[in-house]
Write a protein that binds this ligand. Structure first.
Ligand code: ADP
Length: 724
């Protein structure tokens, strides 16, 4: 069979498949959950940033309003002061009154156009020049009002910023500048308090923190830290910065907004720690993930349970099947799902079927064993040598019965050890005949007589009968047979033949003398004497034939028949035979007929004379004196048939089978002269040629004796029989 190329596919287990299925089902759930979460996160972030931005913007507005309100109040006070001339003490009183209404203002001062403090609610400042201050420079240069960066208070060093407002005549000439120092911490009150962990702050144009909520103690270095921050710088440059940034103080991630306070050049900030802002989303994520995980674990556990519910009974089934395969007994059905139970039931019935078959097989086997045992017993105790000789794949004895030791002197073991032994103890002249049998070339129906030499050198005769064993293709794979020691029979036959020869010789000698004298009387005597001499000659002739038959039968019985085979044309032979026998038979009753062209056959002419003679003489003898005897020669592609038919009384069916036995005569033939040897001798001669003889007979109609000569194998068979 052609080997199929296949990609190596790893078989999947039920558990594996279920897990894969769950995996596939979970993927969209996880993806959707993650998508949702990202959406929530974005939304939360936007909401948070938006709220912070709104707050920062309103802070910016509040800071602007504070400063502008202050500037407006300063202007009102300046207008009041400018309305008439006042003494410094009067001014101070006026300033004190105004400042009391202004929240967060530490001190209020009135500067002359050269920046000298004319009057102040803070006595320490009076007389000081603030000319170098930026705000004064800018107002003097034309600005209406200005707010300073955060500075240390000249009085006590506390963080302060100044809101300055110039006052001019309608001509534009600067009359004076009103300044209000605002306490940064007090200003921080406008930031209010944001809920939760939210924080707000405001820084000045340099990025220094003015105030923050919730308030925290800051030294100056800390206050200046936001100035480095990119987002603060961006807001100071006039742009809003929204989103997540790092706190310049703690470094933590915050979410919120830093927006410009445009009119002041400051920045306002509102934010919350990122983690706090995102906590709800995170909580939702944790809850979602937990639910998902729990679902996945549940599904997994369920899948494992289901898979186990299937795979366990399956593996139990597998174990059972293996147990069955090893010859175990069928078992109770496995528990499990419907399908598995069905498989189990099928397995169960298969198992019962198998068990039944096994029982049958065991019964057959034990019968076989018993019959083998019987055969073995028979073979082991047989007087004859029983053997089986294997030819294929390698030649050798497969079985030799113990009788071998007694018969040929070699033990069965010696036979097993030497495959050629059976050939070696056969006489060299007989080996070829044995080889033909062993090669399966001949399937001998007739026993094969072989001369052999025992291990101790004694010559013996073995008579072998064998059959060949063929395989499915018709090849001969073994020969089985029985070899019998026929040495004793042979020697008896030899003795009998010697006796026969002697007797026939002793009988024939006086017969010759008798015939010789009778012939003289025939020539010399008178009519009466000749008639009597003729009777003597006829009896002597019959006697000679009887003696001849007896000798022949004895020889043929012993298998001592030598054929002188030659190719013969049977048509010519029959014509010649009729001529030669003219005096011996009433040949005018015999009719010859050749139906088909016949090929030449190998035969012994003298023996063929005898065969035809016997059949024709019987036909003449056992039919009415004037009836016809027909000798017919016909041929088919495979056989040649020589038949002798008479119109005699025929032979009873029950006697037909015994006709060719030695000394057998039918009841009706009892009157006729004969010994019952003619047909026996005829059969032996026919068989010696490798031919066969058949008889058909119908009571009252006559008998037909036919010699059947195989055309193709005739010559070979004749030769092999020649030596028998
Ligand atoms: P026999 O010497 O008695 O003729 P055979 O061996 O030739 O011996 O024949 C055996 C017996 O077969 C005969 O005795 C006879 O009974 C019977 N037989 C032989 N040939 C014929 C025949 N042509 N018709 C009837 N019976 C026959």
């Amino acid at each position: 069979m052609r080997a199929m190329r296949r990609l190596p596919v790893r078989p999947r287990t039920i558990q594996g498949s279920l897990l894969a299925l769950i995996g596939f089902a979970l993927v969209p759930v996880v993806v959707f959950g993650a998508y949702e979460l990202v959406g929530e996160y974005r939304e939360q972030r936007e909401v948070e940033v938006g709220a912070s931005a709104d707050l920062a913007r309103s802070l910016a507005t509040a800071a602007e309003a504070f400063v502008l309100d202050l500037a407006r109040a300063e202007y009102a006070a300046a207008v009041a002061l400018a309305a008439s001339a006042h003494t410094p003490a009067e001014i101070e009183r006026e300033l004190a009154m105004v400042s009391a209404d202004l929240p967060g203002v530490r001190d209020l001062s009135w500067l002359d156009p050269r920046a000298r403090v004319v009057a102040s609610t803070e006595p320490q400042l009076v007389g000081k020049s603030l000319y170098a201050r930026d705000y004064f420079q800018e107002i003097s240069a034309g600005a209406v009002w200005r707010v300073s960066a955060l500075v240390r208070s000249l009085v006590d060093g506390r963080p302060t910023f100044i809101v300055a407002r110039g006052f001019r005549r309608s001509s534009g000439e600067l009359v004076g500048v009103m300044t209000a120092a605002v306490d940064a911490d007090a200003f921080g009150a406008i930031l209010g308090r944001r809920s939760g962990s939210g924080a707000t702050s405001i820084c000045d144009s340099a990025g220094t923190v003015i105030a923050m909520s919730p308030p925290r103690p800051l030294d100056w270095a800390a206050r200046r830290r936001p100035s480095e921050h990119r987002w603060v710088q961006r807001a100071l440059a006039g742009q809003e910065a929204l989103g997540v940034f790092r706190s310049p103080f703690t470094g933590e991630r915050r979410i919120g907004a830093i927006v410009p306070v445009p009119s002041l050049g400051w920045a306002a900030q509102a934010s919350r720690p990122f983690d706090d802002a995102m906590a709800p989303v995170r909580r939702a994520a944790v809850v979602n993930a937990t639910v998902l995980l729990a679902t996945a674990l549940g599904a997994l556990a369920g899948a494992l349970l289901v898979a186990r519910g299937i795979s366990r009974p399956l593996s139990a089934l597998e174990t059972e099947a293996q147990r069955l395969a090893r010859g175990g007994e069928p078992v109770l059905p496995v528990r499990g799902p419907m399908e598995v139970r069905r498989v189990a039931r099928a397995l169960q019935s298969m198992a019962s079927g198998l068990a039944a078959r096994r029982t049958e097989l065991e019964a057959v086997n034990s019968r076989l064993a018993r019959s083998e045992e019987r055969f073995r017993l028979l073979a082991e105790n047989a007087q004859d040598l029983v053997y089986r000789y294997r030819l294929l794949p390698t030649p050798g004895f497969e079985y030799v019965s113990p009788a071998a030791t007694r018969i040929v002197g070699y033990t069965p073991e010696e036979h097993y050890a030497n495959p050629a032994l059976g050939m070696e103890y056969v006489h060299p002249d007989d080996r070829e005949r044995l080889a033909r049998v062993l090669a399966g070339a001949v399937d001998p129906a007739a026993p094969l007589a072989l001369r052999c030499v025992r291990k101790d050198g004694t010559p013996i005769w073995l008579e072998q009968r064998s059959t060949v064993v063929r395989d499915g293709d018709g090849r001969v794979v073994a020969v089985e047979g029985i070899a019998r020691d026929v040495t004793r029979v042979r020697s008896l036959q030899d003795e009998r033949e010697t006796l026969m020869q002697t007797v026939s010789h002793d009988l024939r000698t006086p017969l010759h003398v008798l015939v010789g004298h009778a012939q003289i009387l025939m020539r010399k005597g008178d009519a009466e004497v000749r008639r009597r001499a003729e009777a003597i000659l006829a009896s002597a002739g019959r006697m000679t034939r009887l003696i001849g038959d007896l000798v022949d039968a004895a020889r043929l019985e012993a298998g001592h028949v030598a054929l002188r085979l030659e190719p013969m044309d049977l048509v010519a032979f029959l014509a010649g035979w009729k001529e030669r026998m003219a005096g011996a038979f009433a040949l005018e009753r015999v009719r010859l007929e050749v139906r088909d062209p016949v090929p030449a056959v190998l035969a012994d002419p003298a023996r063929l004379d005898q065969i035809v003679g016997n059949l024709v003489s019987n036909a003449l003898k056992y039919s009415l004196p004037d009836s016809e005897v027909q000798v017919t020669l016909s041929a088919t592609p495979k056989t040649l048939r020589l038949s002798v038919a008479d119109r005699g009384p025929g032979i009873a069916p029950e006697e037909l089978s015994r006709l060719f036995e030695r000394y057998y005569r039918t009841k009706s033939a009892a009157q006729a002269e004969g010994l019952g040897l003619g047909l026996f001798i005829t059969r032996k001669l026919v068989e010696a040629h490798g031919w066969r003889i058949e008889v058909e007979s119908e009571a009252g109609k006559g008998s037909v004796f036919t010699v059947v000569v195989p055309v193709t194998t005739g010559a070979r068979a004749s030769r092999s029989s020649a030596a028998a």
